[in-house]
Design a protein around this ligand. Structure first.
Ligand code: ADE
Ligand code: ZN
Length: 344
């Protein structure tokens, strides 16, 4: 009989081959130090680091803001359409190697437009990478534009205006960056304007912020899914509501560990979320900074909290049912997960 306990090689191979979607990944957070150096050189930019090892050594964070400061600095090497295409393709290759077949990726246009990089440059580069990934790797993808919540509502409205010619290329909008002090309510109007344009709405909530921010995200902003959501577990009524509504949570275990949301992976709430009936999914958030892509997030968490084969199949199915694919596509993707599980 095959050993499918979470520590075995058979289990790892099973999870690698399992069709999976990634619903929470910031493309700027997939910028590996090697590519950062290459792009810096290509664009004549001097980095404040002498080597790849020095960059990696700087990736020790005590909270979200520590990370964000370094992440925005790293994104400064992205200048041309080719840079954004190379960045996206590098991510899709890693995803395909991990058995990922679909991704809904975040990007932060304000990080680039505020440095004088045109919105169009970012879009054209990312779309070219997405197209090539579908053609050469068979990985499908969608784009979610994130508003930086440490910036103003006005700046978010300006960004939405810039996005208008690109609506057919966008699945939705989200809220990311510094959470505490910037509740979803600050962006309720711009998110409603985005919804009126036909876009889906997501928001980081309950990563560092309190349960009240998750309540706002569901009741005031009426999000289509919650990014992270860990702190929702502190509020029983909120947890019950998320279960009742079947709200998808895009959970990022290695990110939670690196940003000190959990002291160690063995006390990560993912298994608890599943047993409570929450629609949790596994994601990498900013894989170049947090030490692991999609598969590593599944395997490290499985080993730490004892996810079963059934649990990972549930997580894979949740990743497709919680996606912004059409209902027909979701059913097809879930059928593929079931067929794979039946055959292995
Ligand atoms: N931007 C990139 N990664 C993020 C995270 N984990 N939380 C908030 N904003 C982010
Ligand atoms: Zn995130």
């Amino acid at each position: 009989m095959t050993d499918t306990t979470s520590a075995s090689a058979d289990f790892a191979n099973f999870v690698r081959g399992l069709p999976k979607a990634e619903l929470h990944m910031h493309i700027e957070g997939s910028l590996e130090p090697e590519l950062m150096f290459e792009l810096a050189q290509r664009n004549g930019i001097t980095l404040p680091y002498g080597s790849v090892d020095e960059i990696r050594a700087a990736y020790a964070f005590s909270n979200l803001q520590d990370f964000l400061d370094i992440y925005y600095q790293g994104a400064g090497v992205l200048i041309t359409e080719a840079d954004f295409k190379d960045l996206a393709l590098a991510y899709f290759k890693r995803l395909a190697a991990d058995g990922g077949t679909h991704a809904e990726i975040f990007f932060d246009p304000q990080t680039h437009t505020d440095r004088g990089v045109a919105f169009e440059t970012v879009m054209k580069g990312l779309l070219a990478g997405m197209k090539e990934a579908e053609e050469t790797l068979g990985v499908t993808s969608k784009l979610i534009l994130c508003f930086l919540r440490h910036l103003s509502e006005e700046s978010a409205f300006e960004t939405l205006e810039q996005a208008k010619p690109w609506l057919s290329n966008l699945a939705g909008v989200g809220l990311d960056s510094s959470e505490v002090g910037h509740p979803p309510a600050k962006f309720a109007r711009v998110l409603q304007a985005a919804r009126d344009l036909g876009l889906k709405i997501v928001a980081h909530a309950g990563e560092e912020g309190p349960p009240a921010y998750v309540w706002e995200a569901i009741d005031l902003v009426k999000v289509d899914r919650i990014d992270h959501g860990n702190r929702a577990l502190e509020d029983e009524a909120l947890t019950a509501r998320l279960v009742k509504d079947g709200t998808t949570l895009t959970v990022c275990p290695l990110s939670n560990l690196k940003l000190c949301g959990v002291p160690s992976l063995d006390v990560h709430p993912l298994k608890t979320m599943l047993s409570l009936g929450l629609k949790a999914t596994v994601n990498s958030d900013d894989p170049a900074y947090f030490g692991g892509y999609l598969l590593e997030n599944y395997l490290a968490t499985a080993g730490a909290v004892g996810l079963t084969r059934e649990d990972v199949v549930t997580l894979a199915k949740n990743s497709f049912t919680g996606s912004f694919l059409s209902e027909t596509e979701k059913a097809e993707r879930v059928a593929k997960v079931e067929a794979y599980a039946a055959a292995h």
